[in-house]
Design a protein around this ligand. Structure first.
Ligand SMILES: Cc1cc2nc3c(=O)[nH]c(=O)nc-3n(C[C@H](O)[C@H](O)[C@H](O)COP(=O)(O)OP(=O)(O)OC[C@H]3O[C@@H](n4cnc5c(N)ncnc54)[C@H](O)[C@@H]3O)c2cc1C
Length: 549
């Protein structure tokens, strides 16, 4: 019997298998395709996603798999009317938030990312790979799950037993359906085309925008839906997605004419792929049913606007991975697993509402209200303002777990995608990097379990944490340092960091009890109460562990 069966070995399933495999958790990964599908899809990898690759031991390999040379740049722009029209501004300048992450962002076709992940997962002895097998069914009882899989030609069938199952099988997830998890959909009722094509002429035309790798064209006819171009490599291959009329097929539409119109010029085109998808936002109504979890597109799917999909999925994998491992290793409370849904689902709901949906609505409102042919000065003023607004959006997207039951602090707020980047260490937020007096970055010191960063700390408090962690079997690394700079940037003498680099607790003074904090963070059931009367139950739990508390 395995610990975890993952169905779906796309980016998210393979990332999760690496997370679990590195922790020595016996994992089976089932993927129907022997090799990744050659469709570019999720290209934009944020700084945070690259931190995952760093911890998965695959950052260097991923950067080496890039298809556009580093010197060329991976920026984007938004244009009005047509790509070569008079108006454009820089779009989603992710470099603006670079100081708040340990690693730089990256951009490459999704199949290259998947190839790197597949190579890495092959190195992990704790992970068994079933490539060329399809997950058909999942059942659960008190003791575990049984996943039925079939070989692709259907000639062979097997049953796999494990303690937990995770569906990472994409937006049409069989595991989600078999687990009885419903979805809420907001249907934009748009048919979208995805074209992959070769063109050297387009590269020549776009030389006027050096360093740009993706391009978004807003056109008044399309009511806020985008015409989106991206480079697959430098100078030859491109992808494009945009709305098409209902009923469009490969054979009844002039795709070349559509592309020429979107660019505003004619150029050579040789199609490699023509595919379609329905534009909608779908969110699972729960990310868990008992021993079955879902992650990535199986849990949330949406248009690729803003490039949130693959990045959100990877964060699901990091969040769920350590919690599953903690539970299987016996130090994570059962309620720790519930916190996966409680942290990740509200973050996606906010991403969909406050970033993806809002982008479509605000573009639509702008295109309706402003038109250079009608009132050029008003249009130009608004266009300039939107350019600055694009910067604000990059800063505001900061998924955080404020109000999570396994984060220490007051219980105001809900996990959310709207935040703001700061160097301060804040409970529930991503840990910003800092240099320590040793000359090493905090990120190079973090352990696989929890890490306590303690700047000029009181020895008594460090003892409390050490003894508390031993008593609770919680893996804790203590990093004691005397850097005034790091402490002042963090605005905290003590920072407790989770295995996924989110801050669990941060304080300047020693006002909270170490044992209470650790109990909360490991999600023990007696410390957890959905109605948020947490303090009293924590005190009760403390008494059972420490009669003198
Ligand atoms: C045109 C386009 C552009 C995009 N651009 C971006 C972008 O710039 N940035 C971004 O973040 N995201 C982008 N996305 C979204 C991104 O591609 C997805 O969010 C991402 O692929 C989700 O990964 P996943 O592993 O959850 O699911 P998937 O990639 O769908 O992987 C699911 C895997 O499960 C396998 N599978 C399915 N069912 C079974 C089964 N029953 N048994 C076994 N295996 C199964 C499939 O073969 C597949 O390998 C884009 C998507 C599209 C279509």
């Amino acid at each position: 019997m395995a610990d975890v069966v993952i169905v779906g070995g796309g980016p998210v399933g393979t990332g999760l298998a690496i997370e679990l495999g590195q922790r020595g958790i016996h994992t089976i990964l089932v993927e129907r395709y022997p090799s990744p599908q050659q469709v570019p899809k999720g290209q934009n990898l944020t700084q945070r996603t690259m931190e995952h690759f760093h911890f998965w031991g695959a950052e260097k390999q991923l950067r080496a798999a890039r298809t556009v040379p580093k010197e060329y740049g991976i920026g984007g722009l938004t244009a009005y009317g047509s790509l070569l029209g008079d108006y454009h501004y820089d779009w989603l300048q992710r470099e603006l938030v670079r100081p708040y992450y340990f690693t730089e962002n990256e951009r490459l076709p999704q199949y290259r990312t998947e190839e790197v992940l597949r190579e890495r997962v092959r190195e992990l002895p704790a992970v068994e790979l079933f490539y060329g097998w399809t997950g058909r069914d999942v059942r659960q009882d008190e003791d575990g799950v049984t996943v039925t899989i079939a070989s692709r030609d259907g000639s062979e069938q097997r049953s796999l037993s494990a303690a937990y199952a995770v569906g990472c099988d994409g937006s049409r997830s069989v595991i989600r359906e078999k687990a009885g998890i419903t979805q809420t959909k907001s249907d934009h009722d748009r048919l979208m085309v995805l074209l992959v094509f070769r063109s050297t002429g387009l590269h020549e035309l776009l030389k006027r925008f050096p360093g740009k790798s993706f391009y978004n064209v807003l056109h008044p006819d399309l009511k806020g839906y985008w015409q989106f171009f991206g480079r697959v490599d430098l100078g030859k291959t491109w992808f494009f997605h945009a709305p098409v009329p209902p009923g469009t097929t490969k054979d009844n539409f002039d795709f070349a004419g559509y592309l020429h119109h979107a660019v505003g010029a004619e150029f050579d085109i040789e199609f490699e792929h023509v595919g379609f998808w329905d534009l909608r936002i779908a969110t699972a109504d729960s990310y868990r049913n008992g021993r079955i979890f879902i992650a990535g597109d199986a849990a949330h799917s949406h248009p690729p606007y803003g490039g949130y999909g693959i990045n959100t999925g990877f964060e699901d994998a990091r969040n769920l991975g350590w919690k599953l491992a903690a539970t299987l290793e016996g130090w994570g409370g059962e309620r720790l697993l519930d916190s996966y849904d409680m942290e990740r689902r509200p973050v996606f709901i906010s991403t969909a509402r406050d970033f993806i949906g809002k982008a479509i609505e605000s573009d639509r409102a702008f295109l309706e209200a402003f038109d250079p042919a009608r009132d050029r000065p008003a249009f130009e003023a608004e266009w300039q303002a939107r350019g600055s607004g694009a910067r604000a959006e990059v800063n505001a997207f900061e998924p955080n777990y404020r109000g999570s039951p396994v984060i220490w602090g007051d219980f105001e707020g809900m996990p959310n995608a709207i935040g703001g980047h700061e160097l301060r260490a804040k409970a529930g937020h991503h840990l910003p990097p800092q240099m320590l007096s040793s000359g090493r970055n905090v990120y190079e010191e973090l352990g696989p379990g929890f890490t306590l960063l303690a700047f000029k700390a009181s020895p008594a408090l460090l003892d409390d944490f050490r003894i508390g962690a031993e008593r609770l079997d919680l893996p804790l690394k203590i990093v004691a340092d005397d850097s005034d700079e790091a402490r002042s940037a963090y605005k905290a003498r003590y920072v407790l960091v989770r295995p996924d680099q989110f801050v669990a607790w941060a304080e300047e003074d020693e006002t909270s009890s170490a044992l209470s904090i650790l109990l909360r963070c490991q999600g023990r059931s007696e410390t957890y109460d959905m109605t948020r009367h947490l303090k009293r139950s924590e005190a009760d739990a403390l008494k059972t562990l420490n009669p003198n508390a």
